[in-house]
Ligand binder design. Structure first.
Ligand code: NAP
Ligand code: ZN
Length: 364
């Protein structure tokens, strides 16, 4: 049964001009995902209306549905790995026309004025960005994401998806892709650098492909022995089992860069010891307290750094999509109909997916 949210009190203005859209989401923390009817705003002059074909399921969707980060707003329609085609454009739109292949990632607006926005770093907007889902705005009430058949997004937050890319495998690039591409570029990975990717999931499997395409020697650092063969097919040169203490010791002090995608709090110290002098571990997974305190000795004695990184700006996301087209890179996906989202969540929590679920919005 579909719950109708279109007349949700206080959430929607100007109902008469809004488009009714089928969606999937939750009304409170921890619920199962269910069919919902929502509305989308009428087109502003600089808006693009998109018919969504595919939407990836990011581990962040599970965190947000469950309010793991204490910032969730309900009702919630998750989804920030969106691929579709342009259905209509506002009169001032110049970059897109009806039928174009487009994507939308985690952000749909930012202030545009602050130093971060001026530097194409909308993800670090100092005045607060608008998330694709779960932000409050005057025009949308609450923003609703890509587990839906249509979305309306400001032109400057819409990405051009190269036609040469497989449409299903593009969806995860809009979050998992840019989240791993951006730090590899920021820390200037060069051919021959030794790069460790920690955790072979949605993010990790993109990280391996990018680091390999950038010419690095890639080591997959995993808890799952069974994923070693896949890691090599994706471009890893070596596989390091993190539970194997002797193997971890043998790699100590050898990495130029570590990309840590582990989605939960964990003991970070054994990984820090893998870095060379002056090298950095960038955390993109957990936003949680570490389960064991950080042993600052691992930093002090080798001038190592620990850093974090959030998705990427719009310009860099477009660059990443074009890089994928140039290097024939895509996500490895399992495409599911919308009726299987809850099963997908359970399987992701059980580490049972290679490597990204993508919802086909045209399949029931
Ligand atoms: P995912 O597909 O579930 O993959 C996570 C991988 O981490 C697993 O496949 C597993 O790999 C490893 N892992 C899981 N639990 C672990 C544990 N307890 N200890 C050690 N390793 C563990 O998740 P994802 O979609 O890649 O997302 C990863 C994290 O990134 C999530 O927390 C998500 O919210 C976050 N994220 C951050 C950003 C950002 O901008 N920073 C953007 C998107 C997502 P192995 O089996 O190989 O060990
Ligand atoms: Zn995501």
């Amino acid at each position: 049964m579909t719950t109708d949210l279109s007349a949700h009190p206080g959430k929607v203005l100007d109902l008469a001009n809004r488009t009714r859209v089928n969606a999937f989401g939750v009304q409170s923390a921890g619920e199962s995902v269910q069919p919902l009817a929502i509305t989308r705003r009428p087109l502003n002059l600089d808006d693009v209306q998109i018919e969504i074909e595919y939407c990836g399921i990011c581990h962040s969707d599970i965190h947000m549905v469950n309010n793991d980060w204490g910032m969730s707003i309900y009702p919630m329609v998750p989804g920030h790995e969106i691929v579709g085609r342009v259905l209509a454009v506002g009169n001032a739109v110049t970059k897109f026309k009806v039928g174009d292949s487009v994507g939308v990632g985690c952000l749909v607006d930012a202030c545009g004025d602050c130093p971060s926005c001026a530097n194409h770093l909308e993800q670090y907007c100092l005045n607060g960005f608008t998330l694709t889902y779960g932000s409050e705005t005057p025009a949308d009430g609450i923003t609703y994401g890509g587990y839906s058949t249509q979305i309306v997004v400001k032109e400057s937050f819409v990405l051009r998806v190269p036609e040469s890319l497989d449409r299903q495998s593009v969806a995860p690039l809009l979050c998992a892709g840019i989240t791993t591409y951006s730090p590899l570029k920021h820390w200037n990975i060069q051919p021959g650098d030794v790069v460790g990717v920690i955790g072979l999931g949605g993010l990790g499997h993109m990280g391996i492909q990018f680091a390999h395409a950038m010419g690095a020697k890639v080591v997959m650092i995993t808890t799952s022995e069974s994923k070693g063969r896949d890691a090599k097919l994706l471009g890893a040169d070596e596989v390091l089992l993190s539970k194997d203490e002797a193997a971890m010791k043998s790699w100590a002090g050898t990495f130029d860069f570590l990309l840590n995608t582990i989605p939960v709090g964990h003991d970070i110290n054994p990984y820090m010891a893998l870095l060379k002098v002056d090298a950095t571990m960038c955390v993109v997974g957990a936003i949680d307290p570490l389960t064991t305190g950080l042993n600052t000795g691992t930093m002090v004695f080798s001038r190592r750094s620990i850093a974090g990184s959030l998705i990427g700006g719009l310009k860099e996301t477009q660059e990443m999509l074009d890089f994928c087209a140039d290097h024939a890179i895509g996500a490895k996906v399992e495409v599911i109909p919308s009726g299987e989202i809850n099963t997908a969540y359970t399987r992701m929590q059980n580490n049972d997916i290679k490597y990204r679920f993508v919802i086909d919005l045209n399949a029931k």
